[in-house]
Design a protein around this ligand. Sequence first.
Ligand code: G3I
Length: 376
Amino acid sequence: MKPILSAPVLLAVAATMLLVRAQAPVTLKEAYRGAFLIGAAVNAAQFTGQDARGSALVKTHFNSITPENVLKWENIHPRLDTYAFDLPDKYVAFGEENQMLIVGHCLVWHNQIPGEVFRDARGNLVKRKVLLKRMRDHIHMVVGRYKGRIKSWDVVNEALNDDGTLRQTLWLRIIGPDYIAKAFKCAHEADPHAELTYNDYSLENEPKRNGAIALVERLKARGIPITSVGLQGHDNLAWPSADEEDRTIRAFAELGVNVIISELDVDVLPTELTEGSADVNAHVNADPSLNPYVSGLPDGVQQTLARRYAELFGVFLRHHEVVRRVTLWGVTDGDSWRNDWPVKGRTNYPLLFDRKGQPKLAFEAVIGASAGRPAN
Ligand code: G3I
C-alpha cells in the first residue's frame, strides 16, 4: 500500500516540528502569557535562596507564588499575642523582587491553627463574640500588613464536607455559618482591592461542588465580596475526568466568580483509599504495595502523567477567560507534600520538575499544550 505521506513530505513535517520546538517558549510563564498566570507554592528554603536550585526554577518559570506554609495561622500568629513576620516579609519581598503576583494562603482554616485561638484561659471554648474578634484582629493584622502587595487571598479554606454541607469545625461551632461571610468582609475591609477566594479540594465531585455553588450564591446574594473560587486540584491520573473539570469551571464561571486552579499536582501512586481528597487529617498505614516506584518512575507512567497534564491544561486553556491562574503545589517532586500524604515516606512524582530539578516529560507536555493559547 502506498504511504499516505511521501518521504520528502515526512521530512518537511519533521523539520517544521523541530523548528516549532526550537521557537517554542521554554518557560511555563511565557508559554501561558496572555492566558493565565502560572504559580508555584514555595517553601522558605526557596524564597530565602537557601535552596538555590529551587529558587532559580521559581524565578525562571513562575509569575505567581503562594506560600506553602509560612502564612498559615500557626506560623504567622503562633500565640494569641505574638506575630512572626520575619519569613512572611521575606516571602513578600521575594515576590516583589521578581514581579510576581503574590498570593496569601490562608486566613481562616481549621488546620495549622493553635488550639488556644478557640479557648479561654481555663481551656473552655470561647463565645462567638470573642472568636469573631480574634478572627477580625488576625485578618486585619495580616492582610493590613501586606495591603496592596499581596493581591490575592485565600480567605476561607476547606469549609465544606464531601457531601457539600458545612464542615464541623470550631469556627462553625462557635461562630455559626456566617463565619465565612464575616471573614470575607474583614478581608475586604483590610484591603478593598484584593482578590478574595474561597478555596477547597474535590469541588469536581458533584455533591461538594453543589455545596460550594450554594455557598457562593448565598455570599453573593448578601453582597459579600467574594471574587473567586479556588479549585485546589489535588488530582490523580484518573480523577477528575476532563469533563468533570470542564463542568466545574463552567459552573463557577456562571456564578460570576473567577476560577483559580490553586494547588495543582497529580498523584501517580495507588490512591483508591483517598480518591479526590486532600484532607490532611486522613492517614493510611505504609505498605510496600502502596509505594511501587521507589527507584524511579517507569517510562509508561511518565508518559501517562505527561498526557494527563496536557489534558488538564487543555481544559484550563479552554476557560482562559475565567481561569486567572494555575498554581502548582510545589516545584520539584522532592518538595511535594504528596510524598507524605496519605501515607508517610513514599516516593511520588506529582509535579513538573524531577528530584534533580530537571524538567519532566510532563513539563514538555504542559508547554506543548500551550500551543492553543490566545494571541498576546
Ligand atoms: O515545620 C515542621 C518542622 O519543624 C518539623 O520538624 C516537621 C516534622 O514533621 O514538621 C514540619 O511541619 C510540617 C509542615 O508541613 C512544614 O513542612 C508539618 O508536619 C506538615 O503537616 C505540614 O504539611 C503541610 C500541610 O498543608 C499541613 O496542613 C504541607 O507542607 C502543605 O503542602 C499542605 O498544604 C495544604 C494546603 O495548605 C491546603 N490544601 C491542602 C494542601 C495539601 O495538604
